[in-house]
Design a protein around this ligand. Structure first.
Ligand SMILES: NC(=O)C1=CN([C@@H]2O[C@H](COP(=O)(O)OP(=O)(O)OC[C@H]3O[C@@H](n4cnc5c(N)ncnc54)[C@H](OP(=O)(O)O)[C@@H]3O)[C@@H](O)[C@H]2O)C=CC1
Ligand SMILES: Nc1nc(=O)c2c([nH]1)NC[C@@H]1CN(c3ccc(C(=O)N[C@@H](CCC(=O)O)C(=O)O)cc3)C=[N+]21
Ligand SMILES: [Mg+2]
Length: 287
């Protein structure tokens, strides 16, 4: 058996087309064009690629977008002041502070995320949005998990009653993925570095999500025949070679469906960010 390849490009195009139509309708009805500010502190090369992709997507949809580049030496107070300024800027509906922050600011990460107006928090990382998601009333939901769910829906992969296993429990991927799958009536297990007998658990999954950060971590023997395997991992193993957390060649012999890396979940993340910018603009009009 060879798995169906779930093309991020195709699904991302559909998500962006929907967001674009919604943005155009909003502009016609209210004169408001949704705007995104991406704040990048320091010069992490990986972050710069993602930031470029986000701006390209904004251009494609005609969204207002600004890039705020701050030096590695930025202080907590300076970053707060910038966030306060963007919170107050009526042209900016979405604010994203690129993570990871430089070492010196890492201990302030939670405070930085809490400084963002929850209605402008297009990453969905603010505790208010984390709580809304957990309560089942999330409107700004973290882009990567939201993109994975939208893809499962568009690909007609049933979540209702399915057994789902998420490997990874980070605040930005694993935990929100758990909440979303649960809301879609999957029976969800979250595995992490302390999990025992991981392969036994993953082998039960109809939907297996890998968000570990280790190249080729999920191998064919860990996968139930016919399962949908979603590879969130982005691992740069050489300057121009990107791989996921899933051993693609081996697993695609066993799985029913699989996402490639690159060209998979990363593209959905960017597409879902565009949707969140439009959603955020609407939330602000309601205030
Ligand atoms: N495609 C996209 O758009 C995005 C991709 N990513 C990528 O996804 C991956 C995960 O990111 P992120 O969630 O931030 O990563 P983190 O490093 O924050 O979390 C990794 C998780 O994997 C778990 N883990 C580590 N080793 C094992 C193991 N041996 N067995 C089981 N679980 C293990 C950790 O467990 P523990 O908690 O116990 O330490 C942790 O929960 C990365 O490759 C990242 O680059 C991230 C965001 C967006
Ligand atoms: N505040 C914050 N929000 C994030 O959403 C966030 C972040 N910080 N820090 C880093 C991670 C990672 N991330 C990706 C975005 C796009 C691609 C992407 O476009 N990937 C393409 C191209 C990748 C490439 O060519 O390098 C692909 O997989 O095909 C990947 C990963 C967002 N993240
Ligand atoms: Mg992390």
């Amino acid at each position: 058996m060879t798995a169906r390849i779930l093309s991020g490009k195709e699904f991302a195009a559909r998500i962006k087309a929907d967001a674009k139509a919604e943005a155009e309708k909003l502009r016609e009805e209210t004169g408001v064009m949704p705007g995104l500010a991406v704040v990048i502190v320091g010069e992490d090369p990986a972050s710069q690629v993602y930031v470029r992709n986000k701006h390209k997507a904004c251009e494609e949809l005609g969204l207002h977008n600004v890039s705020v580049e701050m030096p590695e030496t930025t202080t907590r107070e300076e970053l707060f002041a910038k966030i306060d300024e963007l919170n107050a800027d009526p042209k900016i509906h979405g604010i994203l502070v690129q993570l990871p922050l430089p070492k010196a600011l890492q201990s302030a990460e939670a405070e930085v995320l809490e400084r963002i107006d929850p209605n402008k928090d297009v990453d969905g990382f603010h505790p208010v949005n984390v709580g809304r998601l957990s309560n089942g009333a999330g409107s700004l939901v973290p882009c990567t998990p939201a993109g994975c769910i939208r893809m499962l829906e568009l690909a007609d992969i049933p979540m209702d009653g399915a057994k789902a296993v998420v490997i990874g429990r980070s605040n930005i991927v694993g935990k929100p993925m758990f909440n979303l799958l649960l809301q879609h009536n999957a029976t969800v297990t979250v595995a992490h570095s302390h999990t025992k007998n991981l392969a036994e658990i993953t082998k039960q999954a109809d939907i297996l999500v890998a968000a570990v950060g280790k190249p080729g971590f999920v191998t064919a023997d860990m996968v139930k025949p016919g399962a949908a395997v979603i590879d969130v991992g982005i691992n740069r193993i050489a300057p121009k070679k990107l791989v996921g957390d899933v051993d693609f060649d081996g697993v695609s012999e066993v799985a029913g469906a699989i996402t490639p890396v690159p060209g998979g979940v990363g593209l959905l993340t960017v597409a879902m960010l565009m949707q969140n910018v439009v959603t955020a603009a609407k939330l602000q009009l309601k205030k």
